[in-house]
Design a protein around this ligand. Structure first.
Ligand SMILES: Cc1cc2nc3c(=O)[nH]c(=O)nc-3n(C[C@H](O)[C@H](O)[C@H](O)COP(=O)(O)OP(=O)(O)OC[C@H]3O[C@@H](n4cnc5c(N)ncnc54)[C@H](O)[C@@H]3O)c2cc1C
Length: 419
C-alpha cells in the first residue's frame, strides 16, 4: 500500500520506519531540510514510561497559581486573545478530577509501556545508537513535604506495576554521585530504574536512515498547504508548495501544526502548542555531571546526561506558536543545573532552544483512525512524544495493515473528542 506521512518529527519518522518494515511504499513530507528539526530536536531526553501521566490532575489548578508566582516559574501563561488557548485551558481544567486523571493516565501508560517494549526490540534488531543510557531517572525533592507527597505517586506506580525506589538523601548518591557536593539542597528522591535516556534528535536521525534503507522516501523542504478532500473518496491529495502528492493512506504527524490542516476536513483536534525550553551544556568535568536524568521537582526541570553534554529542559508556556527565545527561561534552566551540578558543565557555552509540545487537554495522544477512511492521525503526544514514539509507529503499522494492534486502542483515537 502507498502511504504518505505528513511530518518527520520523532512520531512521523517512527511511523514511517514500522510501515516500511511491514512492506508498504512510504513517502514522508517535511518542510525542514532533515528529520527532527522542530519539537523533536532538543527535548529533555527521557524515555520515561514510569512518569507517563497527564499534567491535568487533582490539585493542579491550585498548584498552577503557585507556580506562576514563583521566581523560576515552571508555568507561564501569556494573556492572549487566542480562543484556541482558552478553550484548551478550560478543557484541561475539566480533566483535573481524580476520575479523569486515572482514566487518562491509564491510556497514556498503556501506550508508553508498549512503546518501551517496542524500543527494546528496535535496539536489539538494529543496534540504533543515540547517546542512550539505561540507568533510570531520579525525581529529586528539595523539601520533606515533596518527599512525603510521593505516597500518592507510589500508590499509582504500585498499581501499574512500575518498579520504583523511594530514597533518602544518602540513598540518591550511588545513582547520582555528583549530588554529594550539594547534599544540603535536597532531602531525597523517587527513582524509576526502568526509565531510559538519550538524544531524541540523534535517535530520529538514525531511525530515518534505517527507514530510508528499508525503502522510505523522505521529501524535505516541502511545505504542506492543504489536505484535499472529497465527501465520497475521503482524502484525494496533499497540496504542497512542491506540487500535489497522492497515496492510498495519509498519516498526519505534524505535531502542534496538525489541527489547522485537519480542521477544513471537519476534524476538531484539541492539540495546543505548549512551549518548552532547553539548554545543552558541554561537560567540563564528568565527575560533576549527572549520570542519568535528575528531575528537579521544585522547578519541574529535567537535567539529563547525553554523552559529553548535559541537556536541561523544562517550562510550560502558553503563548501560541511564538518561538522567541526568552532569556528568563534560560536563567531558570541555568539556575537548576548550576545549583545541582555546579562543576558539571560550562553554561556560558550552552546552546539555547525552544520547542512546542503538541498537547491535548487530557494528555493522551491522538493515534489511529478518523471518520475519513483513508486518513489517520498520529499527533498530540505532548510531554512524552519520544517515550511513546516507537509504540505509536508499531500500532499505526498494524492498523494500516488491517491487523489488530497489540494494545487496546480504546481512548487513543480522535473519536474520544467526537471527531
Ligand atoms: C522542553 C521539552 C522537553 C521535552 N522532554 C521530553 C522528554 O524528556 N521525553 C519525551 O518523551 N518527550 C519530551 N518532550 C516532548 C517531545 O519532544 C514531543 O512530544 C515530540 O517531539 C513530538 O514529536 P512530533 O513528531 O509529534 O512533533 P515534531 O517533532 O514537531 O514533528 C512535526 C514535524 O512536522 C513538520 N511540519 C509541521 N507543519 C508542516 C507543514 N505545514 N509542512 C511540512 N512539514 C510540517 C515539522 O517541521 C516537524 O518536523 C519534550 C518537549 C519539550 C518542548
Amino acid at each position: 500500500m502507498q502511504v504518505l506521512i505528513l511530518g518527520s518529527g520523532v512520531i512521523g519518522t517512527s511511523v514511517a520506519y514500522y510501515l516500511a518494515r511491514a512492506g508498504h511504499e512510504v513517502t514522508v513530507l517535511e518542510r525542514q531540510p532533515a528529520p527532527a528539526l522542530e519539537t523533536s530536536f532538543g527535548n529533555a531526553g527521557e524515555v520515561s514510561p514510569g512518569y507517563s501521566a497527564p499534567w491535568a490532575g487533582p490539585g493542579v489548578p491550585v498548584k498552577a497559581i503557585k507556580w506562576m508566582l514563583m521566581q523560576h516559574s515552571p508555568l507561564v501563561v501569556k494573556p492572549m486573545l487566542d480562543p484556541a488557548m482558552w478553550r484548551w485551558g478550560l478543557s484541561m481544567l475539566r480533566n483535573c478530577t481524580q476520575a479523569r486523571y486515572e482514566l487518562n493516565k491509564g491510556r497514556m501508560v498503556r501506550l508508553a509501556e508498549y512503546s518501551r517494549d517496542c524500543m527494546k526490540a528496535l535496539r536489539a534488531d538494529t543496534g540504533i545508537q543515540y547517546d542512550e543510557r539505561m540507568q533510570g531517572t531520579l525525581q529529586l525533592f528539595r523539601t520533606q513535604q515533596q518527599l512525603d507527597g510521593t505516597a500518592k505517586d507510589v500508590e499509582v506506580l504500585k498499581a501499574s506495576g512500575v518498579p520504583y525506589q523511594v530514597l533518602d538523601r544518602d540513598g540518591c548518591l550511588p545513582y547520582e554521585p555528583a549530588l554529594a557536593a550539594v547534599k544540603e539542597k535536597f532531602v531525597g528522591g523517587l527513582r524509576l530504574p526502568g526509565d531510559e535516556t538519550g538524544d531524541c534528535f540523534k535517535f530520529t536521525q538514525a531511525l530515518a536512515k534505517l527507514a530510508e534503507a528499508a525503502g522510505v522516501t523522505f521529501r524535505f523542504g516541502v511545505n504542506i498547504q492543504a489536505i484535499e478532500h472529497d465527501a465520497a473518496k475521503g482524502v484525494t491529495a496533499v497540496r504542497t508548495d512542491k506540487g500535489s502528492f497522492t497515496a492510498d493512506r495519509y498519516v498526519v504527524a505534524l505535531g502542534s501544526y496538525s489541527p489547522a490542516l485537519v480542521r477544513p476536513l471537519g476534524i476538531d483536534l484539541p492539540v495546543y502548542p505548549v512551549k518548552g525550553f532547553s539548554i545543552t551544556v558541554p561537560i567540563t568535568d564528568a565527575s560533576g555531571a549527572p549520570e542519568s536524568t535528575v528531575m528537579d521537582e521544585t522547578f519541574k526541570v529535567a537535567v539529563t546526561r547525553l554523552g559529553d553534554r548535559i541537556r536541561v529542559g523544562g517550562t510550560a508556556q502558553l503563548s501560541g506558536f511564538d518561538l522567541a527565545l526568552n532569556p528568563r527561561r534560560r536563567d531558570t534552566l541555568e539556575h537548576v543545573v548550576t545549583d545541582l551540578f555546579p562543576k558539571g558543565g560550562n553554561v556560558r557555552e550552552a546552546s539555547f532552544w525552544t520547542g512546542l509540545r503538541p498537547m491535548t487537554p487530557d494528555g493522551t495522544p491522538v493515534v489511529g483512525a478518523t471518520r475519513i477512511p483513508n486518513l489517520m492521525l498520529s499527533t498530540g503526544h505532548g510531554t512524552l512524544g519520544w517515550t511513546m514514539a516507537a509504540g505509536t509507529g508499531r500500532v499505526m503499522a498494524d492498523l494500516i495493515a488491517g491487523k489488530a494492534p497489540d494494545i487496546d486502542m480504546e481512548g487513543l483515537t480522535v473519536a474520544r473528542y467526537g471527531g
